[in-house]
Design a protein around this ligand. Structure first.
Ligand SMILES: NC(=O)c1ccc[n+]([C@@H]2O[C@H](COP(=O)([O-])OP(=O)(O)OC[C@H]3O[C@@H](n4cnc5c(N)ncnc54)[C@H](OP(=O)(O)O)[C@@H]3O)[C@@H](O)[C@H]2O)c1
Length: 256
């Protein structure tokens, strides 16, 4: 039986992915801060005949992530799949940016992923085997109005994961970047912006798990949003500014 660790597995995409992987025969370690949610889910998975472990851990704390990974390794042995999924972001105009909020988003979304990578790297390198995954976002394909810091954190993840994919292949380590569009989770429930082609977290988990089984370099979904974002990435700045600027005016409003 193969072993996976997933951060941000108390709700949303991480929770659904943990359930999906368990259904596919994986042993799953669920990491997040809310212990009671993790314990409930582990009890549910165990009662259904799966093997699961709850890990209370803040991904912003490198030591805590190292300790969580060590606990999985001590309990079950080496980790085959590590998914850096924990993340957050609230739509906010850049004129209202608070430096402390921006630092926090970068710490959880970007450094949180590096903390997990740093913790699983020694064993994966030693075994010349393993799969490292980062859940970034289609919002990282270009800087999007109202999502400046969030887009930046996801673009940082994408750049790191791309470099890692190339560098780590000769070491036997597979790297996958997951870029969701809108998925219905507590994160998207919190904001009122329009969410075209939004899908359920359960459906998203099936798409992600399929992509991981195929060792895909990238898992981009849903198709219409992924295609639109790919096209947006190809636009020259003048055209991008015009097209996206129209939407931005509506979202951000006139200068105060
Ligand atoms: N939903 C979407 O439309 C969408 C689209 C693109 C990308 N994404 C990305 O998908 C990932 C999952 O998001 P989601 O939509 O499933 O949101 P969610 O339901 O709010 O889940 C976020 C998860 O991250 C955990 N988390 C937050 N801060 C943490 C911290 N400091 N340490 C450890 N865990 C932490 C939360 O658990 P605790 O609060 O218990 O710690 C929760 O389990 C995020 O990286 C998000 O950026 C989501």
């Amino acid at each position: 039986m193969q072993t996976a660790i997933i951060t941000g597995a108390s709700t949303g995409i991480g929770l659904s992915l943990a359930r999906e992987l368990a259904k596919r025969g994986w042993r799953v370690a669920l990491a997040a801060r809310r212990t009671e949610l993790l314990d409930q889910e582990v009890a549910r998975l165990t009662a259904a005949g799966h093997t699961a472990l709850a890990l209370t851990c803040d991904v912003g704390d490198a030591e805590a992530v190292r300790a969580a990974v060590a606990r999985v390794e001590q309990t079950w042995g080496p980790i085959d799949l590590a998914v850096a999924n924990a993340g957050l972001g609230d739509p906010k105009p850049i004129v209202d940016m608070q430096l402390a909020d921006a630092e926090y988003i970068m710490r959880i979304n970007f450094l949180g992923m590096l903390h997990l990578f740093d913790a699983v790297r020694p064993s994966m390198l030693a075994r010349k085997s393993g799969h490292f995954v980062g859940v970034a976002s289609l919002a990282g394909f270009r800087g999007l109005p109202m999502s400046g810091i969030y887009s930046a954190s996801k673009a940082a993840m994408q750049a790191f994961l791309e470099a890692a994919r190339v560098e780590l292949r000769p070491h036997g380590i597979i790297v996958t970047t997951v870029n969701p569009g809108f998925v219905k989770t507590p994160l998207t429930d919190r904001n009122t912006v329009s969410k075209p082609f939004m899908m359920s977290a359960e459906r998203a988990a099936v798409i992600v798990a399929d992509g991981l089984e195929q060792h895909a370099a990238e898992v981009n979904f849903p198709l219409p949003t992924a295609t639109a974002m790919r096209l947006l990435r190809l636009l020259p700045n003048s055209l991008f500014d015009f097209v996206v600027g129209m939407g931005a005016k509506r979202l951000v409003g006139p200068p105060k």
